[in-house]
Design a protein around this ligand. Sequence first.
Ligand code: ATP
Ligand code: MG
Length: 493
Amino acid sequence: MLLKKYTIPDEVSCVTKTLKNAGFKAFLVGGCVRDLLIGRTPKDWDVATDADPKKITELFPSTFYENDYGTVGVVNETEDPKLKIVEVTPFRIEGAYSDARRPDKVAFSDSLEEDLKRRDFTINAIALDQREDGSVSIIDPYDGQGDTLRGIVRAVGDPCERFAEDGLRLLRAVRIASELGFKIEEKTRQAILKKAHILQKISAERIRDEFIRILMSDRPDDGIEMAQKLGILKHFIPELEEGIGVEQNKAHAFDVWTHLMKTLRHSNSKKWPLDIRLAALFHDIAKPMTRRKNPKTGEWTFYGHDVVGSRVTRVVLDRLKFPKDTVDKVVKLVRWHMFFSDTELITLSAVRRMINNVGRENIWDLMNVRACDRIGTGRPKESPYRLRKYKAMVEEAMKDPVSVSMLKINGGTIMKTANIPPGPKIGHILHALLEEVLEDPGLNSVDYLEKRAVELSKMPEDELKKIGEKGKEKKDELEEKDIDEIRKKYWVK
Ligand code: ATP
Ligand code: MG
């Protein structure tokens, strides 16, 4: 397989050249070579070399030691975050793994072949050599190029042994498959099924990072289904599996699990961020545990699945060590996803209460979760009249009212600067000032308003009152116009 179109950034070539000029071998390896072959932009660039960490450090002006594996981060002067650090790792041979997490000891080697042998999948075990004349050669002992072409994730060597060495590889296989849209090769698949339990030995943080990448991939629902079918999901989110085969009422064409997968899928179609994807995946997580049959109608009920669901969501996300902000937000979205949206029956103050519950900063995300939920239920439209009307009401409720509180001056200041006692006159002056500011927002400055308040205070009371009334009318008019515009925006009356 040839690299048809590839660009290796100067910052990366410079690192391999420097190593080679000093008499060492240097190859691009891992995900970046795989991504170049597919035509995908690499997430980061890894270099493997026969130089040891001390020598690598000596060759580059700015470096830092990265981990226990001898990786040295070479720092580049560039704005591109992908190129800021190029990771240079000495060829390795790994010792035995006795804990399924990390090798007992890491030994350096002078052989590229040894280094490729300890890598997880064939598509990740390809090395690329940049020659002086700019051409490249590929070193590919496990036919990673063939697997790249076929779209297959296959373990290097004996899959059972490889998963037994490091349980994270189980989840990496699913993550890489869902990021690339690849299939897992049969023997590798069988080995995952057999070794799935080893995931229990892996730290929550490492599992979380792979889980996030599955959710953020272009096929998050395929990834989660794959993890389920391969028996690994039950080792990190067993709660989700409870929904498999749990039937709902007529309004729902799908069982709880399928509905969650479809909801998650839609959140990806919309390219929503992680917190919405998490809420989409978890919003009905407590339906299986709250399902009861109504003895009169024979229908299923799921009372309280939103409240219980928000608690379960917190337990799951805390267990996976998600940051507190993410947990709090997703929990709120799950807690309030059932908001009552019959706009014939609800009032603006009910909408205000909902905004207060979920938080001003989360209300639009809640609308987005609802839209995903609808599509996940099999409804044809994301946003029917009722939901658009609800959104218009939300926007109306969120709008800062047009009022004298917008002025850069208040009653107290007016009393002081114009030297007048408390009384209705203050209100008239404020409304008169508001009328002017609505006409020309540029006038809303403390200096101008103070000066103008003094002038106005000298007017006869009834004249002042008239100007003030005009200010009030203008405010009402503007408010009506705003609301009209909001409704037009959502195509509702
Ligand atoms: P991406 O850069 O898109 O995250 P990647 O495959 O490059 O994907 P990295 O975590 O950057 O993943 O790892 C770089 C390379 O190191 C991999 O391609 C693989 O060769 C090797 N590798 C990473 N993790 C493991 C592991 N747990 N077991 C064996 N080899 C691994
Ligand atoms: Mg990488």
